[in-house]
Structures are given as structure tokens and as C-alpha cells.
Design a protein around this ligand. Sequence first.
Ligand SMILES: C=CC1=C(C)c2cc3[nH]c(cc4nc(cc5[nH]c(cc1n2)c(C)c5CCC(=O)O)C(CCC(=O)O)=C4C)c(C)c3C=C
Ligand SMILES: [Fe+2]
Ligand SMILES: [Fe+2]
Length: 331
Amino acid sequence: MNQKNSLIGVLLMNLGTPEAPTPAAVKKYLKEFLSDPRVVDVNPLIWKPILNGIILNVRPKKVAKVYQEVWMDEGSPLLVLGQRLTKKLDQALNQDGQRFVVTMAMTYGQPSVESAAKLFRENNVEQIFVLPMYPQFSRSTTAAAYDRLMASLKRCPHWPALSMMQDYADHPIYIDALVKSIKAQWDKQGGKRHLMFSYHGVPKRYVTEGDPYQRRCEATTAAVVQQLGLGEDDYTHAYQSRFGREEWLKPYADETIRAMPNKGIKELNMISPAFAIDCIETLEEIDMQLREEFERAGGEKFDYIAALNDSPDHVTLYKALVLENTQHWMN
Ligand SMILES: C=CC1=C(C)c2cc3[nH]c(cc4nc(cc5[nH]c(cc1n2)c(C)c5CCC(=O)O)C(CCC(=O)O)=C4C)c(C)c3C=C
Ligand SMILES: [Fe+2]
Ligand SMILES: [Fe+2]
């Protein structure tokens, strides 16, 4: 086996998204996603009846409408924008000769890890670098992606060499890319505004039990704030997307944003660094719901700073992460 001359597989992994903005497709997606104990760790004897009884009968109809509001001609934003980034990364990595096979898979649904594995086998890939598209590690996202990958390899007689990225919450090129996107928005709107960082939340208990997610989110905010030279009153760090009755990480984004106009913050920029790719959680929950809450409370200007998506800076970052983590296979 000549590993030095074989192609290197690059597997970008993201969460998953429904195949259509319909209640049936959303139900199928939520069933798979919310049955994963990495995401909801409640005892299955208690959780399964709640999931199958209430949640999967009520939530899909409501959430399908939300997907319809943000759906693109080619499909779900999470998938379409993720595929655009994958294609650009492929071009950037292979511009000086074919060395990498680059593809994207979802932890839940399509495109599956098995379809990526098939592509790698067809190209005789012997080494795979896995890059979960979550800047801040969490058991509910990154570890779930690893589990999914391992499960797909369970019946495989031959394993490739695997290298997995844990996270890149404070990687200098990631921080630079976020800072550039904030400065670009400031230039566009003609000046600075209060900057709110809103991260996808997780149950507080997960962090108490050892999930480093909160610490990693704080590391991202601290690095961006430091690079921008912001003072304490210039920014806010919060968590969105609460689900269920348990306490989640605080402060909650919706409560925080409702209180801002009364404290004199009427002009706001919002960034959501936990999302590498825009999706319903940013395009609808932030740019529609939280915007509305802010304006209803007396807020006057609200601008959401898009995820890095398929921007040149994101391609530069992902290219660097791949090269840094695959050097040992190339020399
Ligand atoms: C039930 C618990 C959930 C945990 C824990 C959780 C963590 C978590 N999720 C993301 C990224 C995404 N989540 C998305 C949607 C989404 N998340 C949950 C629940 C939990 N997430 C639900 C039920 C949903 C579906 C929508 C809904 O019913 O409200 C998405 C978007 C997918 C899309 O198609 O657009 C992403 C991405 C992170 C980063 C995270 C913790 C670190
Ligand atoms: Fe989520
Ligand atoms: Fe949400």
C-alpha cells in the first residue's frame, strides 16, 4: 500500500436538514436527529413517548413553515451553502494538482456518510481528514458526528487512516475571518454598533457534566473582542435556540435582546459564530424572530452579519485547517 502517493479524503460534516420544507420531511429529519442520545440524553423510556407522542406530531408542521420562509431554489440553505463551500474548497486544495478528494456529509439524513465513504473508496483514498463544521466543540454536534462516522465503519473490513479536527474556536485564521466580516459590516453601515454574539445553546447540565462548549464559545468571543479592541459595554454574549423545559446556557438571547432598547442600545449588529453555514437558526430565528423582538422593544437598527458560508475567507480558513492537519501524510 503506497499511502504517500494516494489521494487524501477531506470530509466536511454538518448536522443535517430536511429534504423538503414539508411536515413529512421535517418529521423524518427531526425523528432521526432527536432520537440521538448525544443530542437529547433523557432516558429513552421517558423520552421516546414524548418524542413520538407530542413533539413529532406538533413540531414538524410549525417548523416546516419556518423552512419554507428560508428555502432556496436549490434546497435547504444549510445544504446548498455547505455544498458551495465544499466545491470551492475542493478547487482551492487541488489548484496545484489533484491531491485531495473533498466532500460533505451530514450526521443525520442526506448526503450520508456512506455516500462519502463510497466516493473515497472509488478514489482509493487511504487517509481521511474529518472536519466537523462546528467551530466550538460540543458533545451534541461534534461528538455526534464522530459517532455517526464510527457507526458507518463498524462493518468495514478495512479502515483508512483517520484524523479528526476537534474544533477551531480560537484559531487565528477563524478569528481573523470573523473580525473581517464584522469590519465589512461596519464599513457598509458607516460605523460601529453594539455587537451581540448569539451562540446556539445547549442544556446547562451538559456543560456541568463536562461539555467544553460554553468555554469554547467564550474563547471565540474573547478573541474577537480583543482583536476589535471592544470595551465591556460594546458587546453582549448570549445563547439562542432553547428546546424543552430544562435550563439551557444563559443569558438567553431573546430575553437579552428585549431588554436592550431600555438600556439605550437601539442599534445592533448580531453575529452567530457557532454556525459555519447559515440555516434556519440564523436566517429565521435571528434575522426574523430576534429582529422582530428587538424592534418591538424599541430597537431601531438591526443588522445580522452572515455566517462565513462560502466566502473566500472561509475557504482560506478551511484550506489552512486541512493543510495543517494532513502535513504528516504528505511529506
Ligand atoms: C434538542 C436539543 C438540541 C441541542 C442540544 C442542539 C445543539 C446544537 N445544534 C446546533 C446546530 C444546529 N441546530 C439546528 C436545528 C435544530 N436544533 C435542535 C435542537 C438541538 N440542537 C432542533 C430541534 C433543530 C431543528 C429545528 C427546530 O425544530 O427548531 C440547525 C439547523 C438545521 C437546518 O436545517 O437549518 C443547526 C445547524 C449546534 C451548533 C448545537 C450546539 C452546539
Ligand atoms: Fe440545534
Ligand atoms: Fe431554533
